[in-house]
Ligand binder design. Structure first.
Ligand code: FES
Ligand code: FES
Length: 153
């Protein structure tokens, strides 16, 4: 076990965990922030996506020991971000969500995309969102919501 101080959503959080503990489980189990979901555990589905220093990151494969001073942002705080708020509203406007399980990760990836590329092409969207799987196949509405958000940024 080791003690880590990590910056999550602008607050410093102290956790006492094994160094190899994935960030996902620190968020969900230690910090009780359950908005970030577990899907595959092997960086293959995108359900666990958070931002680390603004980069969309699969939290299931990043050990807490590698976070250091980097800023972690989760779905719980995305509405406090101007782009995040626009994206969340676009998700509601386009009624994207079906079961909802994948959607935290989808939104985190979409926000990272739009911050880097405010006016994405279909190819940009495909490349950035292709790693976020949705069993309910909401892909068409996700794309519509990203385009709608893009027009409002
Ligand atoms: S749970 Fe992390 S990518 Fe699937
Ligand atoms: S909305 Fe059900 S898995 Fe995506």
């Amino acid at each position: 076990m080791a003690t880590y101080q990590i910056n999550v959503n602008g607050q410093t959080k102290k956790v006492d965990v094994d160094p190899g503990t994935p960030l996902l489980w620190v968020l969900r189990e230690e910090l009780k922030m359950t908005g970030t979901k577990y899907g595959c555990g092997i960086s293959a589905c995108g359900a666990c996506t958070v931002h680390v220093d603004g980069i969309a990151t699969r939290s299931c494969v990043v050990p807490v020991s590698l976070i250091g001073n980097r800023k972690v942002t989760t779905i719980e705080a995305i509405a406090q971000d101007p782009v995040g708020r626009v994206v969340q509203n676009a998700w509601v406007e386009k009624d994207v969500v079906q079961c909802g399980y994948c959607q935290s990760g989808q939104i985190m990836s979409a926000v990272a995309l739009l911050k880097a590329t405010p006016k994405p092409t279909d190819q940009n969207i495909e490349e950035s969102m292709g790693g976020n799987l949705c069993r309910c196949a909401t892909y068409v509405r996700i794309r519509e919501a990203i385009k709608s958000a893009s027009q409002q940024i």
